[in-house]
Design a protein around this ligand. Structure first.
Ligand code: GRG
Length: 298
């Protein structure tokens, strides 16, 4: 099996797991559950659940307790995209190749279905307490999920990004930009790697190593996002390109130019790969996956 065939197999598997945990559309009146499922089923690369499952297996996990967390992390990620697209933030009308949730269901349901997905993520992750796994591990995994998503993680980074934009603070130095990227994007790649490791029973050092892998790979991922906003196509990305320039945003591309930004992606990816090699278990797929993210076109 080639790497790409293996990746596709894992993406399909992640989608199957996610589908099992989606809300039933007839369980509540109105269109809330339909709007939640509209965004969850719009495609997407499913990077975070794939990372979570791989970290779990790589560090020796053999049960199915990672599954509710795979669905939960994708719900949190999707809720952040739904809110990111809202008129109050980026005001984008297309995502994953189709109208954004608020474009399809109206602004109010955009807000509410994003909220509902975030809440449902925790309802879903908590199902692991009923599974055959040490409940201390589940508690630690839920805590990491909450912390990496919250004010000291994704939400903290996103708030600074949005506030800068609204206050017309366009000229950022690298340190300020890194704060935003490490929180709004990297924290949500650190979380699945750490959660997978925790559920597998990894020790503190291995969990910290996974966190560092997510940090480097996540920063590389966001820099690649900057590059694709300039060099990508709307068709492949499934969303408009050129939005950073339109919004006068400081990015790695405006700070150091495309070539040096690409070098940064390479350097950070190699840092992540070197750390994978410090861990026990077969890291072949994780290494290949991190490298494939660094040369992605969508
Ligand atoms: C409601 C949980 C919640 C959060 C609100 C809006 C917000 C705070 C955070 C958004 C942060 C954000 C949009 C970061 C960008 C990260 C990024 C590059 C996402 C794209 O991820 P991909 O490429 O998307 O994995 P797909 O569509 O493939 O899943």
């Amino acid at each position: 099996m080639t790497f790409n065939e293996n990746l596709e197999k894992r993406r399909i598997h992640a989608e199957e797991i996610i589908s099992q945990y989606l809300p039933k559309e007839d369980a509540v009146p109105g269109k809330l559950a339909e709007a939640m499922n509209y965004s969850m089923l719009a495609g997407g690369k499913r990077i975070r659940p794939i990372l979570l499952e791989e970290a779990y297996h790589m560090l020796g996990g053999t049960g199915n307790c990672a599954e509710p967390f795979m669905a939960a992390i994708e719900m949190i990620h999707t809720s952040s995209l739904v809110h990111d697209d809202l008129p109050a933030i980026d005001n984008d009308l297309s995502r994953r190749g189709r109208p954004t949730t608020h474009a399809a269901y109206g602004h109010a349901l955009g807000v509410l279905s994003g909220d509902a997905l975030l809440n449902y993520a925790y309802e879903t992750a908590l199902k692991a307490f009923t599974m055959d796994v040490d409940s201390e591990r589940v508690l630690q995994a839920v805590s990491v999920l909450a912390a990496k998503t919250g004010m000291y993680g994704m939400l903290g980074g996103q708030s600074v990004d949005v506030e800068n934009e609204k206050n017309r603070i366009y000229s950022l130095d690298k340190e300020s930009l890194d704060y935003i990227y490490l929180n709004k994007t990297a924290a949500l790649l650190e979380a699945p790697l750490m959660v997978g490791a925790i559920l597998a029973g990894a020790d503190e050092e291995q969990i910290a190593c996974m966190e560092q892998i997510g940090r480097s790979a996540g920063l590389a991922f966001q820099i690649e996002d900057d590059i694709l906003d300039v060099t990508g196509t709307e068709e492949e990305l499934g969303k408009p390109i050129g939005s950073d320039e339109k919004n006068d945003k400081t990015t790695y591309v405006t700070l150091m130019g495309i070539e040096q930004a690409k070098e940064e992606v390479f350097r950070l990816t190699e840092d992540a790969v070197a750390r994978v090699r410090q861990l026990p278990g077969d890291g072949t797929f994780l290494e290949g996956f991190l490298r494939s993210l660094s040369v992605r076109t969508k």
